[in-house]
Design a protein around this ligand. Structure first.
Ligand code: SF4
Ligand code: SF4
Length: 110
């Protein structure tokens, strides 16, 4: 399984980190040298700029999460069992998974 995060859209809510049963995700400081160490395509890598619409939607939301301090990185995508828990919990709708048959699954916040 290939798993990656579209990082400009990641709010840093850590839902993915908290729900994944096989520890695919690590939360990293935006300035960490390995913040782009998953298989995200170039346009979805972190370059220091939040996605404007995601930022506007979540910047003032007080839900106990430390928004926009960290980014999620899929450090262990090979372990993914496609339980899809992260895909329905992702505030930024920015997790993408491709299985061995090349079927892509994208997160939709519910
Ligand atoms: S779909 Fe994969 S990455 Fe997402 S929570 Fe389940 S095992 Fe973890
Ligand atoms: S659930 Fe989505 S928005 Fe929240 S930290 Fe994970 S990838 Fe980022």
């Amino acid at each position: 399984m290939k798993v990656w995060v579209d990082k400009p859209k990641c709010t840093g809510c850590a839902h993915c980190h908290d729900v994944c049963p096989v520890a695919v995700f690590e939360m990293k400081d935006s300035n960490a040298p390995d913040v782009n160490s998953d298989v995200a395509p170039a346009e979805q890598q972190w370059k220091g700029q939040e996605d404007p619409s995601v930022y506007a939607k979540w910047k003032d939301v007080q839900d106990g999460h430390n928004h926009f301090k960290e980014k999620s990185v899929a450090v262990n995508g090979e372990a993914c069992i496609l339980c899809q828990a992260c895909l329905i919990e992702c505030e930024g709708e920015c997790i993408h998974i491709v299985d061995d048959n090349n079927t892509q699954y994208d997160s939709i916040y519910k």
